[in-house]
Structure formats: C-alpha cells, structure tokens
Design a protein around this ligand. Structure first.
Ligand code: SF4
Length: 191
C-alpha cells in the first residue's frame, strides 16, 4: 500500500508532475524544500509550558492528545496536537518555528487540511478550524478556517497520487507556467 504524507499532497498541489518525477522515476528534487517542518526540543518543551496551557484554555479546549500518529486511506501523519473543543468539534494544532507575516502560507493550510482529514476519519468528529503557533513570533496563536469540503479535497488528491504511482501515469502539468522557470525537472519535463 502506498504511503502518502502531507508533503506529497503539498507537492502534488504545487505540480502533479513532481509526484511522477520523484516517486515513479526516483529523481531527487535538488532544490531547497519549499515546505519545511522544523521541529525541535524547544517545541516539545513549549507544548508543556504554562503559556501554551493558557492558549489552549482561551480557545476552549476540553481534551487534547499530543504527538499523535494517525493514518487513513494511504495518508499518514503525526499531528503536534489534536484538540477537542467545547463546541463539540476537534482541531489540529501545529507548531511552526517561524515568524508570522500577517498571512498563513497555503502550504500550512494544506497541511492542516490533511490533519483535519485524519482527525475526522479517526475520531469520527467534525473539524472546521485548525491552529498554528508561530514560535518565533512570541508563540502567536493563529486560527485557520478549514474549508467545508476538506474531506473530499484530500480524498481526491490521495486517489490521484496513488494512480500516478501505481499506474505510472504521467500527469497533467501545473497550469501556472511561471513555476516551470525555476523547476528542478524543467529539462526532463518537456513542458
Ligand atoms: S517543469 Fe513545470 S510542469 Fe514540469 S514538473 Fe516542473 S513545474 Fe511541473
């Protein structure tokens, strides 16, 4: 069974051919990753700190699970925190060793949608938001709405990635040609 992580989903959404070149042809991506998850001992300590306990209380957390491995339908991931909220929903919380720049990156949103998918399938509960703590902005807590159709969106991408890898299917190119200019695979892509 093909094992997919949120990074695969992010790569697919950047350009479906990234999946083909890397996981069918085994070509490495030589550029610096645009998606990084920097985790450290400080973040582990932070999860147990009074400051974060206060933040959880502020958003109505009634129960929590830390560092949870979840999998469903080919997708797997480790969620920093699964929070169960007083309104009956659940939410993923992710720590970013980053500075908040007044905007949540699309890659972070996609990652939270993947976690929302895993949480809803494993705990049979609705997820309508996620949270990010920006460690380098004094632990700023940002609420990120999760789109209503996240289960369908993530399912479709999982199926498409499985098809590319299982059937060696050469997928469509990204519709944004500007991405090709700096792409590692531009010489072999024939775009
Ligand atoms: S060259 Fe363009 S279409 Fe081909 S893999 Fe790179 S981004 Fe995708």
């Amino acid at each position: 069974m093909i094992s997919i992580t949120p990074s695969h989903i992010i790569e697919y959404l950047y350009c479906p051919r990234y999946i083909y070149f890397q996981y069918v042809l085994g070509m490495p991506q030589n550029e610096e990753k645009y998606y990084k998850a920097i985790k450290g001992r400080e973040i582990h300590k932070l999860k147990l700190s009074e400051n974060v306990k206060y933040l959880r209380k502020r958003i109505g957390v009634v129960d929590k699970k830390l560092d949870v491995f979840l999998s469903y339908n080919n997708l797997r991931g480790i969620v920093d925190e699964v929070l169960f909220l007083e309104d009956g929903t659940a939410a993923p919380l992710d720590y970013k060793y980053a500075v908040y720049k007044d905007k949540v990156f699309t890659t972070y949103k996609t990652q939270l949608e993947c976690y929302a998918y895993l949480i809803s399938k494993n705990f049979n509960i609705n997820v309508d938001k996620g949270f990010i703590i920006y460690v380098r902005s004094k632990n700023k807590l940002v609420t990120v709405p999760i789109s209503k159709d996240y289960v369908e969106k993530v399912s479709v991408v999982i199926d498409e990635i499985v098809t590319i890898i299982d059937e060696n299917k050469f997928p469509k190119a990204t519709k944004y040609k500007s991405k090709c200019l700096t792409c590692t695979f531009k010489n072999v892509c024939a775009r």
